[in-house]
Design a protein around this ligand. Structure first.
Ligand code: SAM
Ligand code: SF4
Length: 326
């Protein structure tokens, strides 16, 4: 059976599927003016299209699907989507990336639908800093959502975009937070996109300094799994949780790439910062198109490049990550 392997012998078992580009937050690095709905835009993929898509990918060896956005929990049929993907033969792992705002209400239903893991964004434990970054009034709903997810039995990872002058002094706060909480907090280096030049220039900072500080205080790096993300995570015997870093500007970051992305309107994106974003939506109309769809995906994969070119200030056509799911 054909498998998703690119010209650099990287195998792709993980699909990140955006189901909306709308969002209720206004994160300064992503959608500082909130999401604006273009009335002319095509509607996001419907349930049947999502089933055809994930079935085709599963047939090519994809084992893990992460639902993302925009904010995926804003879609009224998010639970039906999760249930349907969970039923697809071959999909062993189902996860969600979310801003956490609706998780207090949704966590147990997500678990019942087959979702076992949530990546939840929480840029700051300081309510005022959080409010400033996201345009929300406080981080209470998100912190409640994290607790609800843990209580429902989900594996939780927290994503905090590292920003100079905003949350780069918060390592001690996050250390306190993970002392008794079994979550992995991952600092993501701020990435340049088409829309965030001024913000990036002001706030980008490399994560190495924080990683060095962790090692000095007895934290040890953990090995990565085949289906895992790009984070380097660290553990310490006195802490229930872990800390980690996602460093897209680091050398060789792309060597371990294991994921492909689909936008909410059915464009296959080979790289978060690549140019190509061709639609495969015309092949999602019926189950009978599965073989043609699979051949098209395999053919497109031959164009995947060895690496992004963020270091050369080339971020491809990505205007912000809400359009493709991060
Ligand atoms: N709305 C959900 C959320 O915020 O988790 C899912 C979509 S969001 C685009 C996915 C992840 O991308 C979030 O962790 C967010 O913080 C991160 N992100 C967005 N823009 C980014 C940027 N310019 N640099 C680094 N991370 C970014
Ligand atoms: Fe919305 Fe997530 Fe972008 Fe923040 S990072 S604006 S929560 S899509």
């Amino acid at each position: 059976m054909a498998r998703l392997i690119d010209s650099y012998q990287r195998r792709f078992r993980y699909l990140r599927l955006s189901i909306t580009d709308s969002c209720n937050f206004r994160c300064s690095y992503c959608l500082p003016n909130g999401s604006c709905i273009d009335p002319e835009a095509e509607r996001p993929l419907n349930l049947d299209e999502i089933i055809h898509l994930t079935t085709a990918f599963a047939g090519l060896g994809v084992e893990k699907v992460r639902i993302t956005g925009g904010e995926p929990t804003l879609r009224r049929d998010v639970i039906e989507i999760m249930e349907a993907i969970h039923q697809v033969d071959g999909i062993e792992h189902l996860a969600i990336s979310t801003n956490g705002y609706r998780l207090s209400q949704l966590a147990s239903r997500l678990v019942a639908s087959g979702c076992t893991a949530a990546n939840i964004s929480l840029d700051s434990l300081n309510p005022a800093h959080f409010a400033k970054v996201t345009g929300q009034t406080s981080n209470k709903a998100v912190i409640g959502g994290i607790d609800a997810s843990l209580e429902s039995g989900m594996k939780v990872k927290i994503n905090a975009v590292l920003m100079k002058g905003v949350n780069d002094i918060e390592l001690p706060n996050f250390l306190d937070y993970v002392r008794d909480k079994p979550v992995a907090v991952r600092f993501i280096e701020l990435m340049r996109t088409g829309d965030n030049k001024a913000f990036f220039d002001k706030h980008h900072i490399r994560a190495e300094v924080l990683a060095d500080r962790l090692v000095e205080s007895g934290w040890s790096p953990l090995a990565r799994s085949a289906l895992g993300g790009p984070a380097t995570e660290y553990a310490h015997p006195d802490f229930a949780g872990r800390l980690g870093f996602i460093t897209p500007y680091a050398k060789n970051f792309c060597d371990q790439c294991n994921r492909l992305r689909i936008s909410c309107r059915g464009e296959l994106k080979l790289c978060l910062f690549g140019d190509g974003q061709e639609s495969i939506r015309h092949l999602l109309k019926a189950a009978s198109q599965k073989e043609e769809l699979q051949e098209t995906i395999l053919q497109r994969l031959t164009h995947k490049k060895a690496s992004h070119a963020l270091h050369d200030d080339d971020f491809g056509t990505t205007r912000q990550l809400a359009s493709i799911g991060g």
